[in-house]
Design a protein around this ligand. Structure first.
Ligand SMILES: O=C(O)C(=O)C[C@@H](O)[C@H](O)[C@H](O)COP(=O)(O)O
Ligand SMILES: [Zn+2]
Length: 367
């Protein structure tokens, strides 16, 4: 893996994103700790691989630190209020004070749930994000969105709570299952789609190297993605405006995930990145249907996602009307109705309101 990248998130909550190999053993993990307590939150897949290393790193920098652990079952189906309560109980059991820190060691599920626990314990303690999947490195660990899911919808209970630091050890990607790698690539493609046609073209040129998990190419993709995300969340941390473009593909994608019961990890149901891949294609087709972008852009997106091994078509057996009803609980919706992130064309995006239900249904039907 190649050199260390540092990306800065500016604004009221400033923090650094460090990206590079070997960082789980780097004392910088301990640098932002303020108190005597740290709770490592992880899952049953990740904890056996890395929790001891992280604990050793913390203790060698801060020998008097009291380190606890909360290890949850893995998978989106576990991102629940019940697991959140267990995590909070773990903080209570170690008598974590207000200067304690939560160390989120894992993928998006762990990062979201641990971040939400940190946002709520004593009305807010520090969280340090140590993402271990590509998706969490390029997206969910950055920007402070924390949440758990409800059966009614994805991320419906949560808070904005910026991390103190994001430290991404790219060496861990070497043991990432290929399906997880591909899921992360979907969010990488999103940055090209909504911000940067040049980056999109770079992804097209490097698709094979990305799928082969080639170190330097992957590191560059991570750093470029984080730079895009850092820029937008620095300007709009609470999604009052332009940050919403990061939700490209998510209105459709979240509806699919919810309808499939968040079962992506265990079955042929889609995981988050896969659902976003399909959702982006549907959004691109919707942009074509309302005349914002040529259909050829949608085909270009489909072709890239296909090369990256991602699904591009609606899973069979899903009812378009039920999906449409799910989409009404999307967080971008307002009193005036649903809003979609659409590109205008590939490489820039904005929110669209007033899209007729029938047009959305038609796109869903054609899938
Ligand atoms: O950071 C953001 O803003 C995003 O929308 C990034 C998304 O990729 C991510 O999946 C996010 O958690 C979705 O947020 P939600 O507000 O639609 O639940
Ligand atoms: Zn996402």
């Amino acid at each position: 893996m190649s050199a260390l990248h540092t990306v800065k998130v500016e604004g009221e909550s400033r923090y650094d994103i460090l990206i590079g190999p070997g960082l789980l053993g780097d004392a910088r993990i301990a640098q932002t700790l303020r108190g005597r307590h740290a709770l490592i939150v992880s899952d049953v897949n990740v904890a056996p691989l890395y929790a001891d290393r992280v604990e050793a790193t913390l203790l060698s920098a801060r020998p008097s630190l009291h380190v606890g652990r909360y290890v949850m079952p893995a998978g989106e189906q576990e991102k629940t209020l019940a697991r959140f309560c267990e995590c909070i109980d773990a903080l209570a059991a170690m008598c974590a004070t207000r200067d304690a820190a939560v160390i989120a060691l894992g993928g998006g599920v762990v990062g979201d749930l641990a971040g939400f626990a940190a946002a709520c314990w004593m009305r807010g303690i520090d969280v340090i994000q140590l993402p271990t999947t590509l998706l969490s490195m390029v997206d969910s660990s950055v920007g402070g969105k924390t949440a758990v899911d409800l059966p009614a919808g994805k991320n419906l209970v949560g808070a904005f709570h910026a991390p103190r630091a994001v430290i991404a050890d790219t060496a861990v990607l070497r043991s990432l299952p290929p399906r997880e790698l591909r899921a992360g690539l979907a969010e990488v493609v999103k940055y090209g789609a909504v911000f940067d046609a040049g980056f999109f073209a770079w992804l097209e040129a490097h698709a094979d190297a990305l799928v082969a998990s080639e170190d330097a190419t992957l590191s560059e993709a991570i750093a470029r993605s984080c730079r895009h995300k850092a820029e937008v969340v620095s300007r709009d941390p609470f999604e009052q405006g332009e940050r919403a473009v990061l939700n490209f593909g998510h209105t459709f994608g979240h509806a699919i995930e919810t309808e499939q019961g968040y079962a992506g990890a265990q079955s042929d149901a889609l995981n988050h990145g896969e659902a976003v891949a399909v959702g982006m294609v549907l959004a691109a087709k919707l942009a074509a249907a309302v005349g914002w972008a040529p259909l050829s852009d949608a085909h270009r997106l489909e072709a890239l996602l296909h090369r990256l091994g991602l699904p591009t078509a609606m899973p069979t057996g899903l009812d378009p009307s039920r999906l449409l009803e799910r989409m009404r609980l999307d967080k971008k919706a307002q009193a005036g109705g649903m809003r979609f992130v659409l590109w205008k064309p590939l490489g820039s995006a904005t929110l669209a309101s007033g899209v007729p239900d029938e047009t959305v249904l038609e796109v869903l039907r054609r899938g």
